[in-house]
Write a protein that binds this ligand. Sequence first.
Ligand SMILES: [Zn+2]
Ligand SMILES: [Zn+2]
Length: 145
Amino acid sequence: MSHKYAGGCEHVHTHADNDPIDVHTCHCSVCKRVTGQEDTHVVFFKHGDLKVDKPDKLKRQPFNNQNPNGPLELCTCATCGTPTMLDDKQGRIRAIVPNLMGYDPEKMPATYHAFFDAAAGAPAPDDGRPVYEGLRPDFAWPAPA
Ligand SMILES: [Zn+2]
Ligand SMILES: [Zn+2]
């Protein structure tokens, strides 16, 4: 019962045994709004690689409440409200925010900065990791599951 990556709350557990396909520090406005953090450590797994033990115990809501028909749903525990994962309605990825979703952030360090908007006025990150206006240019969305 030991998995490479494991998280969740007391009621709903998630895990993955394969490595994530993308790990970035997200600067987008939706993450800011949802997490309340200035930037957000976001980890993408292939959809089939992130497993949930009790999917029926999750509450689903649009990740971006200003774009309710967007593909990403924020799944929270129906019992305690803890955010559990982002699920892609198109079945391409599942994403986690390690520090909010019960994972060890140290095990999955971000390799770059995504969705950084220089026009918004925040100082550009200067930790040496590449900074992009979107996801990294070579990121390819997996085929829908
Ligand atoms: Zn974001
Ligand atoms: Zn819970």
